[in-house]
Every structure is written in structure tokens, then in C-alpha cells.
Design a protein around this ligand. Structure first.
Ligand SMILES: Nc1ncnc2c1ncn2[C@@H]1O[C@H](COP(=O)(O)OP(=O)(O)O)[C@@H](O)[C@H]1O
Ligand SMILES: [Mg+2]
Length: 231
């Protein structure tokens, strides 16, 4: 579905990703783990064409998309939910949803309220009045209304209380069940272990480990997690 091959990304002269090759299959949820600064966000930004200097190949359904305009990639069906969550603070929840809605999306606002009952409760509230968890839900909801085939999620659990993280995990399970492919960037190992079919670990811009779900609790995997993911 989504295949990255030998991606090298740079910010000016600073080389941040080194020959990164990863892929996400149809309907798969794949985690990309790594410490702060490992290059996780840069990977997502590179896919979306938001890193000016990125070389290599990103293929989506067999088509090369690296270097094409971001709006074209979004129209192709890839949607990034950035760490900053990008919601309109001065608009209500419902207004935020309405302006995200695409005519061809299979998701209606009613579907969204079914998936996110909290957003229905808060529909008249301003984006700026929402808690961190509610903002993350709104960002996910807005992404769904764009009718994505692939969701790129940048640390959806970041800064959220454990009980809210649980809610987000349940929502992500349902989104996965709907058939959308997901590349999940996280520092929260537990969230990835619960959700992902496969895992990648990045360290200083290099892929240092990959494992299927069933192999991610092997002794080898536990050693790697200790070494590269613990603080
Ligand atoms: N806009 C930028 N300009 C220059 N360097 C950046 C920029 N964004 C990130 N970096 C650097 O690139 C590296 C990878 O960052 P990032 O992809 O944000 O890591 P992560 O998301 O894994 O925390 C870090 O060393 C970071 O300081
Ligand atoms: Mg990041």
C-alpha cells in the first residue's frame, strides 16, 4: 500500500533520515517507535512532501509520490494528523468537523459522533475549550472526514492521561477495523503493543529493528526495547 525505500531526509545541511525503508500493507496498523529526535515526525513529513530535501522513493499503490505536492498526496488518500493537532481554536467542534468534511467521504458527521460520543457532547464548544484528549479526538475525526485510505498519526497519545489514552486506543481499533491503513508514530510502547500488527524502531534516523506483533515480546525484542526505547 505504502512503501518507503531508501529515504534520506535533510533540514538544510543536517542529515536526519538515513536510507530508511519501511512499508505499510493494506489495512495494516504499523508502529514507528523511537526516542525523541529519532526522526519519526520527519518520516511522516517526508511522506507528505513536507520536507523539502528528501530523496529515495515513496510509493503509494505502486505510484511514486515523493516530490509531488502535498495537496495531491492528500487527495490521493493520505492524511497526516500532526502532533500539534491543527484544530481551529475559534470554531466550535461541529464547525471544525463541517469544514473538514469531503463530499465523497463515506464518513458522515453522525458517524463521527457515534465513534466519538465526547465530541457530540462538546459539539457547541470552541476548539480552544477542549481538553488535550478531546482535541486529539477532534483531530482524528477531522482526518476521517477527509476520507483517507492511509492515516499517518504523530503521537496521538502524547500528553494525555492514561484513561484518555485508553479511549484513544479503542477509537484507533475501530478506525483500523474500518479498513484504513495506519502508520502510528509513538513514544508510548504500550499503545503500540496493543494496537500494531508490526513494529519498526528508529534510532538517530536509522531503522534498527523491525518485528511482527508475535515476535515483539521475544527476549531479543525486550533487549532492544530496553536499549532503544527506555529513558
Ligand atoms: N524543522 C527542522 N529544522 C532542523 N532540524 C529539525 C527540524 N525538525 C526536526 N529537526 C531535527 O531532526 C531530527 C529528527 O527530528 P524529528 O523527526 O522531529 O524526531 P522525532 O519525531 O522522532 O522526535 C532531530 O535531531 C531534530 O532536532
Ligand atoms: Mg516527533
Amino acid at each position: 500500500m505504502l512503501v518507503l525505500e531508501n529515504i534520506n531526509s535533510f533540514y538544510d545541511k543536517s542529515h536526519v533520515l538515513f536510507d530508511l525503508s519501511i512499508n505499510v500493507g493494506e489495512g495494516e496498523l504499523v508502529s514507528l517507535l523511537g526516542r525523541n529526535g529519532a526522526g519519526k515526525s520527519t518520516t511522516l513529513l517526508s511522506i507528505m512532501g513536507l520536507v523539502k530535501n528528501a530523496t529515495g522513493s515513496v510509493r503509494y499503490k505502486g505510484q511514486e509520490i515523493l516530490g509531488q505536492a502535498t495537496h495531491k498526496t492528500a487527495a490521493d488518500g493520505l492524511c497526516l494528523v500532526p502532533e500539534q493537532r491543527d484544530i481551529f481554536q475559534d470554531l466550535t467542534v461541529e464547525e471544525n468537523l463541517k469544514i473538514a468534511q469531503q463530499r465523497n467521504s463515506p464518513w458522515s458527521i453522525a458517524d463521527i459522533y457515534e465513534l466519538f460520543p465526547r465530541l457530540q457532547e462538546r459539539r457547541k464548544n470552541g476548539g480552544g475549550q477542549l481538553s488535550g484528549g478531546e482535541q486529539q479526538m477532534l483531530a482524528l475525526a477531522r482526518a476521517l472526514l477527509n476520507n483517507p485510505r492511509v492515516l499517518l498519526l504523530d503521537e496521538p497519545s502524547e500528553g494525555l492521561a492514561p484513561v484518555i489514552v485508553k479511549e484513544i486506543v479503542e477509537i484507533l481499533k475501530k478506525i483500523k477495523q474500518s479498513g484504513i491503513s495506519i502508520l502510528l508514530v509513538e513514544q508510548n510502547l504500550r499503545v503500540c503493543e496493543v494496537l500494531a500488527d508490526r513494529h519498526y524502531i528508529l534510532e538517530q534516523g536509522r531503522l534498527i529493528y523491525e518485528a511482527k506483533r508475535e515476535d515483539f515480546s521475544s527476549d531479543e525484542a525486550e533487549t532492544i526495547k530496553q536499549k532503544y526505547l527506555s529513558v
